[in-house]
Structure formats: C-alpha cells, structure tokens
Design a protein around this ligand. Structure first.
Ligand SMILES: [Zn+2]
Length: 88
C-alpha cells in the first residue's frame, strides 16, 4: 500500500498511475480517482499550458496540484462530518 500524492488515500501500488504532468516527480503515484484529473489535464490543460514557457507551466501545475489536494481534503472533511451526523 502507498499513499496517493494528491489525495493521501491509501491504495494498492499496482492500481496507481503516474501523475505527470500535474506532479513533476516520476517516483510519485496517484490513485484511480485522482488519475481521472491527471488524464483530463493531459487532454485539456497541457495543450493550453504548452503555449507558456516552462517556468510558468510549473507554476500552473503546482497551483492545480494544490487545488486538487485542497478539494480532496474538503471532500474528506465533508464525509467525516456526514458520518458523524449519521452516527448521532
Ligand atoms: Zn488520489
């Protein structure tokens, strides 16, 4: 088991994917859910971002990674809040 580098979910290594271009490190892996964002980014944003120079592209991808991490944290908080409400 390893941790997804975008949402921190614990996942089986064999079910993970590479996170390029969102994360630059080739050692990093992401879960199936986050991979849908990675795939969409390859098809949609990388075409747009490729018009800018590399340092600007890195900033764009860093911002995207931060947004995805924050969204995953918010979903996780909502789920735990819902679970607590259901238990009460
Ligand atoms: Zn993930």
């Amino acid at each position: 088991m390893i941790e997804c580098k975008l949402c921190d979910a614990k996942v089986e290594t064999r079910t993970t994917n590479n996170p390029q271009p969102i994360l630059p490190n080739f050692e990093d892996r992401v879960c199936k859910d986050c991979n849908s964002y990675v795939t969409a980014t390859r098809f949609v944003l990388s075409r747009i971002y490729s018009q800018f120079d590399a340092s600007i592209q890195s900033l764009f991808y860093e911002g995207l990674a931060t947004m995805l991490r924050m969204s995953a944290n918010l979903r996780s908080l909502e789920r735990s809040h819902l679970n607590r409400s259901e238990e009460e």
